[in-house]
Design a protein around this ligand. Structure first.
Ligand SMILES: [Zn+2]
Ligand SMILES: [Zn+2]
Length: 436
């Protein structure tokens, strides 16, 4: 029953889709994509060779801003959320506002690819000197969106509305003590008032078959919350624990009890969830009951309401288990991002566009337990986030190097598919209606 009704909805949406039919080639767009491809590769290599950490994307944002000015964008706003750039492109006719987003930051990883344009950049991170590398492919995201900007700035007559090109800093997180990323862009109000998008689109490269586009509706990538628990007991001799309150045993009970939350307390048919304690530290000797134990972990899920519920349960469980032992648990949860949640209506509306852009390379995908700060936009704006496969031909996922690995490489041939898909999403969403 369910699949039949969904099919009916999909068919009716398909029938109502404006202008371009699913099988009509868009030769104008294809020509423009081909014309910009060489530059996209060159920009990507240049950015790759000069990677910058979050909130320090000075060179990259200058490159982007100069490009948008050269294209005669209506507005080029710089210094957004520290180093971000938002370009405003108005179509030839009025219509809604939409946003296309690319992230610009690199990671503290020392590159090992041996590419001729590999990074040798080092940067200070606190006291430490670290290698810097575009190990998450944000160099490609930025270069592809620069390509889309060039294409669409020449197609204003096919745009009824306004496109915001959001070049975002610090997706991987801001340096300690600083704010940044999507959350700061929203906090600064850069996407509010007259600049409130009706829809936002973003993409991420990933180790998959080159040129494939993968997506799913609803929860797609997990929320990520960092959990810190400090358990305070009372120090004692290890031979006489009854003189103290043992935070080690109490911590063990808390860790076990926390696993009851995903296993026993949430509705697993709504969405899965994971709680991992990844670090635990306490004590100095084998025969001393220490005073305190500290642990850190991560909480992941795919549903906003479930996320709030789990955080409440984590706090209650840790506090009450500690209290039962006469100890105290101080629980702190730091949010990185809510779940990446692809709006159902928007995803269904744009599915024919994805199909035209990717052809038989369109895939639906499994849940991804990783997280992305694009989720912050989606908590306010209906959004669609999809994945572009960038493996070299015949190369398996492991051989290509995972995201964040010093060996991560991407197949530049796939970038034209990413450019075409982002451009098509904007053109289809803002296509002038015949009645206009
Ligand atoms: Zn990343
Ligand atoms: Zn990334």
């Amino acid at each position: 029953m369910r699949s039949i009704s969904l099919l009916a909805v999909a068919l009716s949406l398909f029938a109502a889709a404006p202008s371009v039919a699913a099988d009509t080639p868009d030769t104008d767009l294809d020509t423009r994509v081909a014309a910009v491809e060489k530059n996209v590769v060159a920009w990507r290599r240049d950015i790759h060779q000069h990677p910058e950490l979050g909130n320090r994307e000075v060179r990259t944002s200058a490159l982007v801003a100069a490009h948008l000015r050269k294209l005669k964008f209506d507005e080029v706003r710089t210094g957004v959320a520290h180093t971000g750039v938002i370009g405003v492109l108005r179509g030839s006719r009025p219509g809604p506002v939409i946003a296309l987003r690319a992230d610009m930051d690199a990671l503290p990883v020392t590159e090992r690819t041996g590419l001729p344009f590999a990074s040798t950049v080092k940067a200070k991170r606190g006291e430490e000197t670290v290698g810097v590398m575009h190990a998450c492919g944000h160099d490609a995201h930025t270069a592809m969106l620069m390509g889309v900007a060039e294409i669409l700035s020449g197609m204003r007559d096919r745009i009824a509305g306004t496109i915001l090109f959001v070049f975002q800093p610090a997706e991987e997180g801001a340096p300690p003590g600083e704010e940044g990323g999507a959350a700061l862009i929203l906090k600064e109000g850069a996407l509010s008032g007259a600049y409130t998008p009706e829809a936002i689109f973003g993409q991420h490269v990933w180790p998959g078959e080159a040129g494939t586009i993968s997506y799913r509706a609803r929860g797609t990538m997990a929320s990520a919350d960092r959990l810190t628990i400090k358990v305070t007991g009372k120090q004692a001799h290890g031979a006489q624990p009854w003189h103290g309150i043992d935070p080690v045993v109490t911590s063990a009970q808390i860790i076990t009890a926390l696993q009851m939350i995903p296993a026993r307390q949430i509705n697993v048919t709504t969405a899965p969830a994971v709680i991992t304690i990844g670090r635990i530290q306490g004590g100095t000797a084998s025969n001393i009951v220490p005073e305190t134990v500290e642990m850190e972990g991560t909480i992941r899920t795919f549903d906003a309401a479930m996320r709030t519920d789990i955080i409440d349960r984590v706090k209650r469980t840790a506090t009450d288990v500690a209290a039962a032992a006469g100890a105290r648990a101080d629980v702190d949860v730091q949010s990185y991002a809510p779940p990446v949640y692809n709006d159902v209506a928007l995803t269904e509306r744009m599915e024919p566009t994805l199909r035209r852009a990717a052809g038989d390379g369109l895939r639906t995908m499994e849940l991804v337990m990783g997280s992305e700060d694009f989720a912050h936009y989606q908590s306010r704006i209906p959004g669609l986030f999809f994945f572009l496969g960038v493996n070299a031909p015949g190369v398996g996922n492991v051989a290509a190097g995972d995201l964040h690995s010093p060996d991560f490489m991407l197949n530049e041939d796939a970038m034209k598919v990413g450019v075409r898909t982002m451009a098509m999403l904007a053109l289809d969403y803002l296509a002038p209606r015949a009645a206009n």
